[in-house]
Ligand binder design. Sequence first.
Ligand SMILES: [Zn+2]
Length: 147
Amino acid sequence: MPFVPMLESIRRLAMARIAKRSVISHSHKGTCTPYVTDFLKEEKKDASLCKVTRSTNGMYEVNLITTGAPDIHIPPEPDQPGRKKVTKADKKRKKGVNESPTKKQPKHKKRIMHCGICGQPDHNSRFHTKNKVCFTPTQVASQRWIH
Ligand SMILES: [Zn+2]
């Protein structure tokens, strides 16, 4: 089927479908559709068997009249599946009350990097720029020769 006539027939079928549904939607009385009315009728049947007791903080308790047992329960949330997270603090041995706390080891000072090109400590060869006031390789080489 060619493309444009295909779209044309889709349009015609959609029009007919909308018109048919429109007739159905206007054929019933009441604020809700028949499906919703039936659904609410069933809900009302169940609700008529319940007794609502008002509490504070906007809370209510709903009891089934036949049994008298509370109908609404909020179960506690179950634990999520999977391995529990073990932190560094969990692995560490717990010290007794009389034990003195461990002293913190002083951190090792990092080695001071020197530039591979000019030998200055404030930068390395990657960040060596010609604009910086530093020795040129030739100067370094000549200094080495002197010493
Ligand atoms: Zn440099």
